[in-house]
Ligand binder design. Structure first.
Ligand SMILES: Cc1cc2nc3c(=O)[nH]c(=O)nc-3n(C[C@H](O)[C@H](O)[C@H](O)COP(=O)(O)O)c2cc1C
Length: 188
């Protein structure tokens, strides 16, 4: 398995990009400056009609225990959920604050913009030497979780980004063949 690289460092970063499995995410969390930088990178996500649907909710330290409480309360007595937020030193819940009937920008586009914002955070985290993984699961869709995080029921949590320092580099990934995903259209 060979990692593809490119002479352009930005392109290389994209070619090599990969998630870090949660067990490899350890203390310390990004400091306040690094976190600021990562979240500023999210603000350049493409955004139809400047909706700025993005909400980044950071959860660190003991707040992760309280998020565990919220998860358990959401899914009664599923104690395994309590420790989920402890898998990394920092969680960024990335949410789209949805405006349902916008004349130009349907909800799907607001969610797409928010997804791209989340990926900008992941790319910036990696560039700054941190690892991250984007996770959702039933908790991301649960009304009780949304409410506890200060979101409206129509808002969407596009992901929980688990972020931390690297215990060791994330394993390399094989990627699909481009040709399986490419088509050239030249008319009907
Ligand atoms: C919207 C979204 C939700 C995801 N939710 C989960 C999840 O709940 N659990 C999981 O194992 N991976 C989830 N993933 C996938 C991982 O973030 C990651 O992309 C995957 O493990 C492949 O690793 P790679 O990014 O290095 O290719 C999700 C990805 C996206 C885009």
């Amino acid at each position: 398995l060979t990692t593809q690289t490119h002479e352009n460092p930005m392109v290389s970063a994209l070619l090599e990009h990969r998630s870090t499995p949660a067990p490899l995410l350890i203390d310390p969390a990004p400091d306040a400056d690094a976190l600021d930088t990562m979240l500023r990178c999210a603000l350049s996500a493409p955004d139809h009609a400047a909706m700025r649907p993005w909400q980044f909710i950071t959860i660190e330290g003991d707040a992760r225990l309280r998020l565990g409480d919220v998860f358990v309360a959401a899914k009664q007595s599923d104690e395994a959920l309590r420790r989920k937020p402890l898998r990394a030193p920092l969680i960024v819940a990335v949410a789209a604050k949805i405006i349902p009937e916008h004349p130009k920008t349907p909800p799907v586009e607001q969610i797409l913009s928010t997804g791209i914002a989340a990926q900008h955070i992941q790319i910036a985290a990696r560039a700054l030497g941190f690892g991250s993984v984007w996770l959702t699961g039933p908790m991301a869709r649960h009304p009780h979780v949304k409410q506890a995080l200060g979101l409206a029921s129509g808002d969407e949590i596009v992901g929980f980004l688990y972020i931390g320092s690297l215990k060791k580099p994330a394993p390399e990934k094989s990627r699909p063949e481009l040709d399986a995903h490419r088509a050239v259209w030249s008319g009907i």
